[in-house]
Design a protein around this ligand. Sequence first.
Ligand code: NAD
Ligand code: DAU
Length: 379
Amino acid sequence: MNFTRNIIITGGAGFIGSHVVRLFVNKYPEYRIINLDKLTYAGNLANLKDVENKENYVFAKADICDFETVKGLIAKYNVDGIIHLAAESHVDRSIKDPFTFARTNVIGTLTLLQAAKEYWESLPEGYENKRFYHISTDEVYGALELTNPEGIESPFTTKASSEHHHAYGTKFFTEETKYNPHSPYSASKASSDHFVRAFHDTYGMPTIVTNCSNNYGPYQFPEKLIPLFINNIRHKKPLPVYGKGENVRDWLYVEDHARAIDLIFHKGKIADTYNIGGFNEWKNIDIIKVVIRTVDRLLERKEEEDMNLITYVTDRKGHDMRYAIDSRKLQRELGWEPSLQFEEGIEKTVRWYLDNQEWMDNVTSGDYMKYYENMYGKA
Ligand code: NAD
Ligand code: DAU
């Protein structure tokens, strides 16, 4: 079959990547989608069972730091688009092991950029119709203050905004906000963003960067707040709330992020930056209570039965207080709007984890890593 485009999606076996791969494979049968993933602990091919046999889907197990392999794949498939999601993504791990984050997020991104540059510059048409789209995070902007701890009415709204709809300060991250990362994770993502922009400014590579807020939804590795807590509630295990639980995050349903990525990949302006978020701020402790109530209701437990699982623990080092994205540019320029309101999204998410206990047991079992090492070799 002749494909009209050949697109590498890195990190396609991870949480957000698997939703992006699924969307592209199903929506664009005329594109060949190459999922390039190393399959670290966070990568799981079970996330893509429903598309693995599609004709326009290819899986390539590779490390983004391996220049020859990456360049070979770009050339083999005559790749014209790269959507780069592969990364080490968990802040707590970055605090314990910053080198792995520098390697994957900085050197890996640079490797991918250089491989694409060499291949695209070797073609007669050069960078024409090529695109390097880098997925980044709002954490690069640092932290906003909690100037209104009780919450004020938010001046902005989208469909993702919750019914409770508060803002916990008057400032928001815009595309103009100065970078000020605090954790090794956000420092490594900030550095990778700079490399991507440098490849545009120096070599003319057609790049785009987006910075998104916290995602939630199916297939998220259960070290992150929402899936970890759903699983702990189910098993009546303590829920470790860092500090006072007052930190604020801005939550977006993962499929709405994937839809934004699709839109920006096709219609975004070269060399531009877009912030992606849902104007949906929550204090950790409030979102945790919503999750407890939802799990208890769906498991037909007594109302609020599991509130006593909440356990305050030592705070995360350097814990950023508040993230809040201003995504009006994306709305204004490309017409993006989230499709799902938070209350619907959280219900769908809790239901998914409860219905997919096998997936959860698999990724939390000791056999999980061994299984993947046996199948695909050691990561
Ligand atoms: P994830 O940890 O769930 O998945 C990461 C994927 O990258 C895994 O499949 C893993 O195997 C792969 N990977 C890791 N190192 C690799 C390497 N060296 N070579 C090839 N593949 C490798 O991450 P996620 O939460 O889906 O995040 C995806 C991207 O989106 C990241 O770049 C992250 O910084 C960004 N992001 C995440 C969020 C969020 O809330 N999760 C929000 C904004 C931005
Ligand atoms: O903002 C976007 C970022 O969101 C992404 O770039 C990261 O890849 C993603 O992991 C996420 O980072 P956070 O650190 O915000 O997510 P996490 O789920 O680890 O934590 C959410 C909040 O909950 C944070 O304030 C820390 C707190 N927390 C987390 C865990 C795992 C707890 O209180 N207890 C916990 O056990």
